[in-house]
Design a protein around this ligand. Sequence first.
Ligand SMILES: Cc1ncc(COP(=O)(O)O)c(C=O)c1O
Length: 376
Amino acid sequence: MSAKLDAFLRESQALPTPFVVVDVDVVEERYHRLVEAIPSARVFYAVKANPAPQILERLVAVGSAFDVASPAEIDMVLAAGADPSSISYGNTIKKRRDVAYAASCGVTRYTVDAEAELEKVAAMAPGASVCVRLRHECGGADWPLSRKFGCAAPEVSRLLALCADAGMEHGVSFHVGSQQRDLGAWDEALEVVAGAFERAIQLGARPSFVNLGGGFPGSYREQSPSIADYGTAVRTAMRRWFPEGIAEVMVEPGRYLVADAGVLRSEVVLVSRRSVEDQERWVYLDCGKFHGLAETMDEAIRYRLRTPHDGGPTGPVAIAGPTCDSADVLYEKSAYELPLDLAEGDMVDLLAAGAYTTTYSSIGFNGFPPLAEHYV
Ligand SMILES: Cc1ncc(COP(=O)(O)O)c(C=O)c1O
């Protein structure tokens, strides 16, 4: 945790919980580290990870481009001072009128994974650059993204050829899955992209870019390789499958840029045992699934926890949120242990919680206010 976050938390004991606090300098530092790891790639920050104006403004200042999912994200990025030419509309599922709105703002890059979506883009954003998303099985990722997005390689080739016929610039994107801990994932995907390019070229296409997606990690309970290792893996895979290079390479990091920049502070509401014989305690926090911790679904993202009693003896716990809903359980099967001294009123910090938390928070489920945000 950065010294600034630590100081904020020390000095904010009276601040109502739950809240997330983000150190914007860490976001900038992560941006530079990623650029150093993959120097050939232009960074398009995935705004959905955390769209706070403070983050967007800082990333505009350092020269980042942006991946957006909706008109609202376009507005936020433009309000932060970005040029529309630095925006890529990466959601493959767009209303026709939203494509028209994006085009009216000057956005020229759109992602599709179906002919019907390509037709919308061609009609509402003529002359746009089209990115065709390849479906990728996300083995090795803690938060897979393969279920809903992307098309098979032969369809990628066909759509690229259709783009060429329509006179639209074209390339391919994939996402190896978020919090991807297998460094081989990019090599696997790029082999398929290279094959799809070859077939597309035979069909008359001239693909000019590859978008390597996101997947770079936050620092959660299970360790992941360093960003330098990710860089080496990606650069090696690019050389292997595109030895002659490609005009443009893009990356779309979300989690890596903002996860470690944030901490979520919560308070212990209750520590109990469900029966007197139980070894396991239930720890109920004032923050749960409905306060931004949606990625604990299926216990997929396992946050590191910090308590005032760290270093003392620990015992097994299940951890849950405060709402009257049994979906509001964070961890029951992931073998979490917390200090035996942990008690009502203690603060529990969830580390590396700057990504995919603030905007996932409900607006008032059970009458609890949404997760508060602070930026330092
Ligand atoms: C299209 C797209 N690009 C980039 C990202 C960011 O991925 P990550 O947070 O793993 O870097 C996502 C995440 O859902 C996405 O949907």
